[in-house]
Design a protein around this ligand. Structure first.
Ligand SMILES: *Cc1c(COP(=O)(O)O)cnc(C)c1O
Length: 424
């Protein structure tokens, strides 16, 4: 009996679309999503008992492999002390201190329950701090599902944003200006026109929600300079790249200090955690030390803090990111060789434990380039890899993730599968 199919049928009866987050639904590739029963190390096992080498890692958090012993042990111990107190606990201070020590731009940090909450709160804080309403985001960047971020670009850079989803008020979308990623000239033009009304520029310093796209040389520094000129707050949304591309995130890789940074994914070690942090003077504007309101019943939850802290300990060890980068490099170089041998136009990029792959002969520099990728080939490749027990993100617009448990043998098995799958 196909347990997966019967579960998905039932799920669709009781849950809209059968899933609790749309990216899981396989809409981008067709077919039915896999229901997962257990996961360990680099593997996930579906409800029919089939094993998969996992390159999604719960969309980022599982950087030290699934069911990591140290994280599980920390959570087990926390469970025995109590699930939630609604009062301060030491575990919150421990994780906050770890983050401030790992990321030099962060003086203070506030815990929340998701990446969406982190970006939403960071924007409110930037608005409160500057007394301005407008924000700038970039085409193809994802910052969670708050109203301000679900905005499409208007036809010209200075036209107002259009709601990107029913339910987002026009009045809110009007305050979000959208500029193409990696185009410093376009950003400079917008900032020259309205910079003094801009509360914040928010960016994924390496994008991971339109495949993976690296910033052009000097782009992030240019953004930093524009924010300084206009006293706007620079927010790096490192929900994906934080503790993923390097110990200190993308800001360490490119050596640019944002004013605020948002986190999620890895920071919770697999439990629901987000955080935003940064400059002392800005963070002091948050209640109760300042006037900008932000709160959460389960924020800083002791289980989540224990998991996050254990994860921060693991990634802080010497050589963690060197090893991770090496394994990711082996994977993408191997995939490139497989594609080259089959004569398939293909290119890749990678940083730390994050990678992108494009079915075209050059890397993408911006959102528009992605339209030139052979999406049908990606879909065939995705499904063929799945049959061979390799679980890639079910969309050509997602980055991929490698964990420290993806050893040489696992990478080799992946490349063997790819040799057949690339001809699908
Ligand atoms: C995943 C993601 C978010 C949203 O985080 P959630 O925990 O899903 O709410 C925000 N920004 C970026 C860059 C992300 O990748």
């Amino acid at each position: 009996m196909d347990n997966n199919h019967s579960l998905f049928t039932k799920a669709q009866q009781f849950i809209p679309g059968g899933v609790n987050s749309p990216v899981r639904a396989f809409k981008g590739v067709g077919g039915e999503p896999l229901f997962i029963a257990t996961a360990k190390g680099p593997h996930m096992y579906d409800v029919n008992g089939k094993a998969y080498i996992d390159y999604i890692g719960s969309w980022g958090p599982m950087i030290a492999g699934h069911s990591n012993e140290e994280v599980l042990e920390a959570v087990h111990q926390a469970v025995d002390r109590g699930l939630s107190f609604g009062a301060p606990a030491e575990a919150e201070v421990t994780l906050a201190e770890q983050i401030c020590q790992m990321i030099p731009s962060i003086d203070m940090v506030r815990m929340v329950n998701s990446g969406t909450e982190a970006t939403m709160s960071a924007i409110r804080l930037a608005r409160g701090f500057t007394g301005r309403d407008k924000i700038i985001k970039f085409e193809g960047c994802y910052h969670g599902h708050a109203d301000s971020f679900l905005v499409k670009a208007g036809s010209g850079v200075l036209t107002l944003g259009i709601p990107g989803s029913p339910g987002v008020p026009k009045a809110v979308a009007d305050l979000t200006l959208t500029v193409p990623f990696n185009d410093l000239e376009a950003l400079t033009e917008v900032m020259s026109a309205v910079g003094d009304e801009v509360a914040a520029i928010i960016v994924e310093p390496i994008t991971g929600n339109m495949n993976m796209i690296e910033p052009a040389a000097g782009y992030l520094q240019g953004m930093r300079d524009l924010c300084d000129q206009h006293s706007s707050v620079l927010i790096f949304d490192e929900v994906m790249t934080g503790f993923r591309v390097a110990r200190g995130g993308a800001q360490e890789v490119y050596d640019v200090k944002p004013d605020l940074t948002t986190f999620g994914k890895v920071i919770g070690g697999g439990l629901p955690v987000g955080a935003f942090g940064g400059r002392h003077d800005i963070m002091s504007y948050i209640a109760p030390s300042g006037p900008v309101y932000q709160a959460g019943t389960l924020s800083g939850n002791p289980l989540a803090m224990a998991a996050g802290s254990a994860m921060m300990k693991i990634v802080s060890r010497d050589g963690f990111y060197e090893h991770l980068s090496q394994q990711t490099g082996k994977l993408v170089n191997g995939l490139q060789a497989v594609a080259d041998e089959a004569g398939v136009p293909f290119s890749t990029c990678h940083k730390g434990g994050m990678f992108g792959m494009y079915f075209r002969d050059q890397k993408a520099a911006g959102f528009a380039d992605l339209a030139e990728c052979d999406e049908d080939h990606f879909k065939r490749f995705f499904h063929a890899m799945l049959v061979h027990g390799v679980y890639l993100a079910p969309s050509a617009y997602e980055a991929g993730f490698v964990s420290s448990k993806h050893n040489d043998d696992i990478i080799e098995q992946t490349l063997i599968a790819a040799k057949t799958a690339i001809r699908a």
